[in-house]
Design a protein around this ligand. Sequence first.
Ligand code: ATR
Length: 285
Amino acid sequence: MIDSTTRLYGLLGNPVSGSRSPWIHNTVFEAYSIPGVYLAFAVPPEALEDALTGLKALQVRGINVTIPYKTAVMPFLDSVDPMAEALGAVNTVVCDAGGWRGYNTDGSGLLAVLKRRLPVLKELRILVLGAGGAARGICGALLHEGTGALGIWNRSPEKAELLVSELGSLAGKGQSFFHVESEAAFQEFDLVINTTSLGMEPDTDASPASVASLKPGAVVCDIVYKPHRTRFLRKAAAAGHPVIYGIEMLIEQALLAQQLWNHLTDLELDRIRNSLIEEFEGFYK
Ligand code: ATR
């Protein structure tokens, strides 16, 4: 119930219509009787500073930040977690008596999903498709974790090369991080993660790669979650590849934000994760 103790949480981006974040966070508040309400705010660029000033005055409790403001909000924060600093992108802000602190739970969310599903993650050769903001967060988290060899492919090769040079310093000893130039090399990888927008609604017939070019049995993960079953994942599953759906990462980055805001226990997170995934799958039945 919303009453005088209810605190405000929100998503800042442009556009935000169609975001699943309000559904996830308000479901968490309700499930655990947390006095919060989460709203999505579409903020035009010229109003970003006023929006942040207003939210500070209203003592907002937590903020998520999405495209195009993940970097733009950073100068307005009191401190930034070292990983978010290294990535140059913040998607979660904790607002309390200690000030406004920025974090990045995008890459760590996917990493948590992968670690749960693939206990041998550190031994796998991993390929990331795409070199945009999402790829940056994911590569950063994988490099920080010290996973196996990490390759990156992109339609515009110069962006993949730039990412390799910018994040290369995060690679641990003996860990290789390199640009993959052609689809012929895709068969060398055990896990393939699509971070491009290919396959996303409304262009659901698009796919970032041909499944025939992948190693037989390679795990295929897509961070696109609209639609739930992208063409890439449908083709991969039909060819016998294990698949990981984008909704799992979306839910995980949100639960990591909830952990920062409201310190939920692992048991509470497990319960709500499963019920959110079931409910989401229900939307697409
Ligand atoms: P995000 O923050 O979601 O990662 P982004 O920074 O705009 O979004 O990055 C989008 C990614 O999808 C990029 O890797 C982009 O490739 P380019 O760098 O070549 O633009 C990729 N992408 C988008 N549309 C694509 C298409 N039609 N074919 C191949 N790659 C595409």
